[in-house]
Design a protein around this ligand. Sequence first.
Ligand SMILES: [Zn+2]
Length: 474
Amino acid sequence: MGSLKNWLWGALLVLGLLAAAYAFGADAASTPSTPNTPIARDFPPGLIIPDAARPGPHFDVDKATQAYLDLLSPAQRKLSDDYFEGGYWLQLWDFLIGAGIGVLLLVSGISVRMRELAQAISRRSWLSTAIYVLLWLLLVYLINLPWSWYESYVREHQYGLSTQSPAAWFGDGFKDLMVDAILAPPIIAMLYAWVRRLGVRWWVAASLGGFVLSLLLGMLAPVYFAPLFNDYKPLPNGPVREAVLSLARANRIPTDHVEWFDASRQTTRVSANVSGFLNTTRVNLNDNLVNKTSLPEIRAVLGHEMGHYVLNHALRLTIYFSLLLTLGFYFTHRILDWSLARWGGRLQLEGRDDPAALPLVALILSGFFFLMTPVSNSITRQAEAEADAFGLNAAREPNGFAMAAMRLSTYRKLQPGPWEEVIFYDHPSGYTRVHNSMIWLGENQDNPTANAPIAPPMQPLKFDSKLNGSGSRH
Ligand SMILES: [Zn+2]
């Protein structure tokens, strides 16, 4: 039995490595071969309204939708499909590689040696557990580094989505690691204290703790962690700030705090969010959204983001995901005890309260969430669909929202099959969003924005640390 077990572990590890090699090869083969040709992926700044999407007696939802979809050239659409479908496989490789690393640490005895080292440094169980967690984080970071380099640096550059230098990429990764190294050891040490105290009921306390911790981190992260990675400045006075404030007042968002941040130092993607709590509530726009789109699109996107706030999605999603986590902890508890009874002796693991078994815990929990991908995506996608509907009604910019959806579709597959959308999409697809926008427009043909002439693209704003709330456009 022992040799069979080793064989199985080895096979899993080899499978993970083969998967990584395959993913690497497949992606390298499917990306454009001329490295110096810029990828025609982005749309130029400014709103586009196809003739078929203009109100009138012959307005047809499907024709208007198709006219928007046709803005994407076949080459752009193929690039977007390749990027997004490749992402399905990345999720599998992420899991397999993570599992392979866990198996490696367990079978090689490295995990047991790290526990012994931690115990040699301190006999206090909470402190030695925290030291073990720190060693484990650092080691996993190092072993996983080549894969994460490929996944979030090489591949993102191949598709023209990253603007980072290698040094900037390493810098952000290091900051991430530091945040983890400060937060994870005390949190996981506390978890192990509960395991020691509560025995088979540990997963109940862990689930409640997970809920409280998610709430806290959800409130603190935008205020304390996000500024580690980007500069946040007040958005200068002008039409964009006015439009955002007007939308905020109309929807009773209790803030006049409108900021923008230099996401262009990492990515070409557009985004925004409404975050914070009590007096830290704020509206954040990324500089790509401000400078690479148009006012109707910005209003449409902010209408969506304000929907998340007004509909209280942060709390609701925290509750949903905490319920999922509870199921995950229970699953982990059962599988962990079963695995320890079977292999614990050979792996020199001393029980469920042994921190050396942490890679096994992580493997089981990540397996659970991997299997639950369609569930977690659907929870998120449902909230996103609600925010879409809210945003259309709040901003009344169906063309702006359709155009923004098309911009997102330059890296998110435009028109998936129904099951593909359920399993892999955490946002409605571009097709769904354009179609919904055109349905809204069809029912609101007297809407002034739909009949307005298209304004010329705005002058870009310069993201300058000296600018403040009273700054001006350059
Ligand atoms: Zn959203």
